[in-house]
Design a protein around this ligand. Structure first.
Ligand SMILES: [Zn+2]
Length: 368
C-alpha cells in the first residue's frame, strides 16, 4: 500500500474483527481519496489497516439534534466498528470529502423531504387526471377496429344472455328505421368533419332488442342497440316521433365516432399498468375488454361530446334536435339494471341537456 497513513489518527472506536468475539480498541482516521474517503484502523500494538471506500458500508448521516449516542459501521469482511463519538466521526468524514446522498440530504432537510412528497403526490394526481386520459386517447388510435368489433360481439352475447330478448318490432318497422339510420351513417362516412379520430369511420349497424326499458347504447366498433320500448316511447311522447329516435341514434353514433368505450377500456388498462409500474408490480390484465365494458359508464364530458356530435350530425342532415329533447325529458328517470353504457341512466343534468338540444345550441361544444 503506497498511500501513507494520515497522522495522527484522531478518532477512537471498538473493532469487532469478525474472528474474535472481543472488541479491540482502535484509533481511526479518514482520508480523502479520489474514490471517496478511505478508513484507517490501528489496533493497539498492531500495524494499521486501510480500508478502501468500497470496503465500508458508510452509515447515513443524521440531523445534529438526532445524533445517536454511538455509531456502528459495517466493515463487511473486516467485521464491524463501533465509534464512540459519532459527531466527530461525521466531521472527519465531511473533511475527507464524503458527499451526502440524496436520501441523507432529504433527512437533513425536512422541508425538502416534504417538497419531494408533495411533488410525488402531485405527479401521481396529474398522471391520474391528465396522463391516463391522454395516454388512453393516444393508444386508442392504435386499437384495431377488428378488436373493437370482437369486444362488441362478446359484450352483446353476454347482454343477450343476461338482459335482452329478441325484438318484437315488425320487420317492416325495423327496416324503416334501419333505412333512416343508414342515411345518418352515410353522412358520417362522407364527412371528415364528423370523424374526430381522423379516418376512423367503422361500418355502423343498428340492432333492435326487447326485454329492457326505453334505452339505446353504442358498442365499440359501430354496433348500436335500441330497445323496442324506446321506439314505442318515441311514438307516444308528444313532439318526439322518429326524429327523436334519429337524434338518439346520432348521439350514439357520437359515442362510436369518439371511440368512448374503447377509450374507457384502454384507460382502465393504462391505469392498471401505470399504477402497477408505480407500485413496482405489474399485475396481469386478466379482465377482458368485454368483461370491463359492462362496468363502465360515460363521463359527463363524453355525454357532452356525444350531444354536440348529435347536433352537428343532425344539422348536416337538416334534421331537428328538438324532438330528441322532448323524448329525453319524458324519459328522465334512471333505468335500473341496465349496462353502464346507456343513453339514460348516466345523464345527471337532463334539464340542461334537453334545453341545449331543443335549441340546437352548440355554443361551448368542443371542435370535432
Ligand atoms: Zn350517451
Amino acid at each position: 500500500m503506497t498511500t501513507p497513513m494520515p497522522m495522527p489518527l484522531p478518532l477512537q472506536g471498538q473493532w469487532f474483527d469478525g474472528r474474535s468475539t472481543r472488541a479491540q480498541p482502535v484509533r481511526l482516521g479518514l482520508q480523502a481519496t479520489p474514490e471517496g474517503p478511505a478508513l484507517w484502523l490501528q489496533p493497539e500494538g498492531q500495524p494499521a489497516l486501510r480500508l478502501a471506500p468500497h470496503e465500508v458500508t458508510w452509515p447515513e448521516r443524521w440531523h445534529a439534534r438526532h445524533a445517536p449516542p454511538a455509531l456502528v459501521i459495517d466493515l463487511r469482511q473486516h467485521g464491524s466498528l463501533q465509534v464512540d463519538d459519532p459527531a466527530a466521526w461525521h466531521a472527519a468524514l465531511a473533511a475527507a470529502g464524503a458527499r451526502p446522498t440524496l436520501a441523507e440530504r432529504m433527512q437533513l432537510h425536512a422541508p425538502l423531504l416534504l417538497g419531494a412528497l408533495l411533488l410525488a403526490a402531485a405527479a401521481l394526481w396529474l398522471f391520474y387526471r391528465f396522463g391516463t386520459p391522454w395516454a388512453a386517447s393516444q393508444l386508442t388510435r392504435h386499437v384495431p377496429l377488428a378488436w373493437e368489433q370482437s369486444m362488441a360481439r362478446q359484450a352483446l352475447a353476454r347482454l343477450d344472455e343476461s338482459h335482452f330478448k329478441p325484438s318484437k318490432l315488425a320487420p317492416a318497422r325495423q327496416a324503416e328505421l334501419r333505412g333512416r339510420f343508414a342515411a345518418l351513417a352515410a353522412a358520417v362516412q362522407g364527412q371528415a368533419s364528423l370523424q374526430p379520430y381522423r379516418g376512423y369511420a367503422p361500418p355502423l349497424a343498428l340492432e333492435f332488442r326487447s326485454g329492457m326499458g326505453p334505452n339505446a347504447f353504442a358498442l365499440p366498433g359501430g354496433a348500436i342497440v335500441m330497445t323496442d320500448a324506446l321506439v314505442e316511447k318515441a311514438r307516444t311522447v308528444p313532439g318526439a316521433g322518429d326524429a327523436a329516435l334519429l337524434g338518439v341514434l346520432a348521439h350514439e353514433i357520437g359515442h362510436v365516432a369518439h371511440r368512448h368505450v374503447t377509450r374507457m377500456v384502454v384507460e382502465q388498462g393504462v391505469l392498471n399498468v401505470g399504477l402497477g409500474l408505480a407500485l413496482g408490480d405489474v399485475p396481469t390484465l386478466t379482465a377482458s375488454g368485454a368483461a370491463l365494458l359492462t362496468g363502465l359508464s360515460y363521463s359527463r364530458s363524453h355525454e357532452r361530446q356525444a350531444d354536440c356530435y348529435a347536433m352537428a350530425l343532425m344539422r348536416a342532415r337538416q334534421l331537428p334536435t328538438a324532438p330528441m329533447s322532448a323524448l329525453l325529458l319524458a324519459l328522465d328517470a334512471p333505468v335500473s339494471g341496465t349496462p353502464g353504457t346507456d343513453w339514460l341512466s348516466t345523464h345527471p343534468d337532463t334539464a340542461d341537456r334537453a334545453a341545449r338540444l331543443r335549441t340546437g345550441d352548440m355554443q361551448g361544444c368542443p371542435p370535432l
